[in-house]
Design a binder for this molecule. Structure first.
Ligand code: GLC
Length: 749
């Protein structure tokens, strides 16, 4: 396609550019080339052969990296960027121009079937990881598609249901990560979600797609629909949607043309959408020409193993007979138990499903590192309810008793959680829990390894097993990564990105999930994830940010300073243990005296540091000033409050190691006075008392006046000033009051 400034395309061609040619590609229109868009966030799902109309055929082999539930646990934006770059190399090798990821919806409820594809319950962490992933991918000349915009936090009735969210949680929680990625990483495309937001489909939500995304955030790329998310193409184009996928054979294109001809749709809007698709094609063409390494499957598998090892959380590691169970000792025999040890669960179901180049088998990888030690195996259970549970259990218990240590793989099978439906509960299968209890009774030195996409109730596991590794979903190299962590070749450093509750009834959305009759009420408001458990002071099984190490770390000398950039937090971290390790230092910010409702603390910064035994490093982390802001619904804008902020350096949201305070200069928030402003608000404005007194002599009410048995002064202060006219006996007119308010507003402007 030439780079000259093309003559404006005819309306029919503009409309044709606005929808796909088939399931995965856009139309070739004039000298605008067809582009290929395909999944997914942790591996390229490039369909082989002709695309079917549902995109369900097999796909080319590609590296299955850890899904976001795993990658997120690394808390490492650099690593996420490396994965993005590797996915870009594979996209280029497979002829993909836009890779449909990352998925950054907030994990509002543990039961959401698609949580495995999302990073966290926290918008700060989701945004940092996703922005780096996008930069890594787009650095290879392949576009990202930030999804699902927005508030797609349940799979139940996802194509119709309305996410009903108040303005502050919508801005501060559900849009916040999208805003960070759009403004710091400039994704080529944003994918609008299926659902409605406060009653309006995302695909035809002008406030969302144009006012917020483009006018406020400055997004200049293409808004592409989720596949089948457009229910009215003309409304969608008017709202700011540029590309409907998949194509529907031109029907909707004709509707666009007819709407313009009938003057029901502005021709400029269609031209603008087409121009964005043309610009995307230009980016893609330049990307196709950009130099990029050849796809080396073995090198990417090795990278996937390194990445996966950084995604394994050590939840617990208690000593048995004065010796911690982990890392394993190669001199001692082992019993590996569980179906997932030979048939690993490493990715989730649905559109993100990858055809891996190869898959590590945990049992084989453990045997490869076991030195000469004997490594027995027993299935222990089946994942499809077949087999004799008692016999399988007895066999496993026998193997565990005969070995020095048992490693039990537990988790959820693919059919128990997926895109397209939500879970009903967060329990592990009963037969797995029964097996664990029996194994631990026979073999106190037992390690549990978990494979799952959504959070589980872990009480029974944590109470019985002295050591627990959370492998979440680790991708095709997860088996090797787990062996590396089990034997201490890699010291675990990952951290939970989602709170593990004691029980599902304790969770924020328990009463409002998954919604009904087309509506999901986000009743918990701002208080999602750790915000909820902290505000309600609810005990949790494992807190947000939790993760242990084979070594230990101390924090000292927290120093804070603030300037126009934000708060700079400095803290010294020391490795106080016997082996090298990596610490993820988290910074939570609190403002107990805030003038608005806030969670007790919020994650606003983090940093990782690798330290040898005895080594110290002084970290300096900037907590962005913009991240201190709350969304003010009166002024419809972000506001940073002035005053004292508390900053906590922590090893998890519940493991605070050092605390300090710092003064921050706030934003001047000048709210125009109106007839609805209360007398108290007006009187707080300089000069108001005199001006109002001159206009309307106010009854002097002594503070201790108790004629009506009430604090009259406070009651008067809450009256909207326009209502005072009713008490002025006609002596004051609305025009008098308007004039006064105009005077006061101009004085405070
Ligand atoms: C799916 C998903 C989306 C995916 C698209 C294409 O329904 O919601 O994440 O990229 O369709 O497969």
């Amino acid at each position: 396609m030439t780079s000259h400034n093309p003559a404006p395309l005819p309306l029919e061609q503009q409309a044709a550019l606005g929808s796909g040619a088939d399931f995965w590609s856009t139309k070739e229109v004039g000298d605008v080339p067809s582009l290929v868009l395909t999944d997914g966030p942790h591996g390229v799902r490039r369909q082989v052969g002709a695309t079917d109309h549902l995109g369900l055929a097999g796909s080319e082999p590609a590296t299955c990296f850890p899904p976001a539930v795993g990658l997120g646990q690394s808390w490492d934006a650099r690593l996420a960027g490396e994965v993005g770059a590797a996915l870009g190399v594979e996209s280029r090798a497979l002829g993909v121009d836009v890779l449909l990821g990352p998925g950054i919806n907030i994990k509002r409820d543990p039961r959401c079937g698609r949580n495995f594809e999302y990073f966290s319950e926290d918008p700060y962490l989701s945004g940092r990881l996703a922005a780096s992933w996008v930069r890594g991918l787009q650095g290879t000349g392949v576009g990202a598609s930030l999804k699902h915009f927005a508030a797609n936090n349940t799979e139940h009735d996802r194509m119709r249901s309305s996410s009903d969210i108040a303005p502050r949680p919508l801005r501060e929680i559900y849009l916040r990560a999208f805003q960070h990625v759009v403004q710091t990483a400039q994704p080529w495309t944003v994918m609008c979600s299926y659902n409605r937001i406060n009653g309006t489909y995302a695909s035809e939500n002008h406030w969302l797609l144009t006012q917020v995304l483009r006018d406020e955030w400055g997004f200049d790329g293409v808004v592409v629909s989720d596949w089948g998310a457009v229910q009215d193409r003309v409304k969608a184009v008017a709202a700011g949607l540029d590309l409907e996928m998949p194509g529907n054979g031109g029907t909707a294109d004709r509707q666009v043309v007819e709407a313009v001809e009938a003057e029901e749709l502005d021709a400029d809007v269609v031209a603008r959408a087409a121009a964005r698709v043309v610009a995307l094609a230009a980016k893609a063409e330049a990307g196709r020409a950009a130099p990029v390494p050849a796809f080396d499957a073995e090198a990417h598998h090795a990278l996937a193993r390194q990445v996966a090892a950084r995604c394994v959380v050590l939840l617990k590691n208690e000593p048995v007979d004065e010796r911690t169970v982990l890392p394993l000792d190669t001199a001692r025999s082992l019993a590996v138990i569980g179906e997932f040890a030979r048939n690993p669960r490493y990715q989730g179901g649905g559109s993100s499903h990858v055809n891996p180049t190869r898959v590590d088998i945990p049992l084989d990888e453990i045997r490869a590192l076991a030195g000469g030690a004997d490594v027995g195996y027993a299935a222990g259970y089946t994942t499809d309810g077949s087999g004799d549970a008692a016999a399988l259990r007895d066999e496993a218990v026998g193997a565990a008793a005969a070995a020095d240590t048992a490693v039990v793989f537990l988790g959820l099978a693919a059919h128990q959680e997926s895109e397209g439906f939500d879970r009903e509960h967060i329990e592990l299968p009963a037969e797995q829990l029964e097996l664990l209890a029996e194994v631990v009774r026979a073999q106190p030195r037992t390690v549990v390894v978990l494979s799952h996409g959504g959070v589980l109730r872990l009480g029974p596991v944590a109470e019985s097993a002295p050591a627990v590794l959370d492998g979440a979903l680790l991708g095709q190299a997860g088996g090797g990564a787990l062996a590396d962590v089990l034997y201490g070749r890699v010291n675990p450093s990952a951290r939970l990105t989602e709170t593990v509750p004691v029980r599902i009834q304790d969770t924020p959305a328990f009463l409002d999930f998954p919604g009904e009759h087309g509506h999901v009420a986000y009743g918990e408001g701002l208080f999602v994830g750790h915000r909820w458990y902290d505000a309600r002071d609810i005990a949790v099984a494992f807190p947000f940010g939790h993760g242990l190490s084979y070594t230990s770390f101390a924090y000292a000398d927290l120093e804070l300073s603030a300037d126009a950039e934000g708060i700079t937090a400095r803290v010294t971290v020391t490795n106080t243990g016997e082996v090298a390790g990596r610490e993820v230092v988290q910074f939570y910010v609190a403002k107990p005296d805030s003038s608005v409702v806030r969670p007790p603390q919020e994650l606003k910064g983090h940093a990782s540091v690798d330290l040898a035994p005895g080594e110290s490093e002084r970290l300096s982390v900037l907590l962005d000033r913009a991240d201190l802001a709350y969304w003010d619904i009166r002024g419809d804008r972000w506001v940073v409050e002035g005053g004292t902020y508390e900053v906590r350096a922590a090893a998890s949201s519940r493991d605070i190691r050092a605390t300090g305070t710092v003064e921050v200069t706030g934003d001047a928030l000048v709210l125009p006075l109106t007839l609805d402003s209360t007398l108290g608000e007006v009187m707080a404005t300089p000069g108001a008392a005199e001006a109002l007194g001159a206009l309307m002599p106010m009854p002097q009410v002594a503070a201790d006046n108790d004629v009506l048995g009430v604090d009259m002064a406070r009651m008067m202060a809450s009256i909207p000033v326009g209502r005072l006219l009713a008490f002025a006996g006609g002596a004051v007119t609305p025009a008098d009051l308007d004039k006064l308010l105009t005077q006061l507003n101009s004085a405070q402007a």
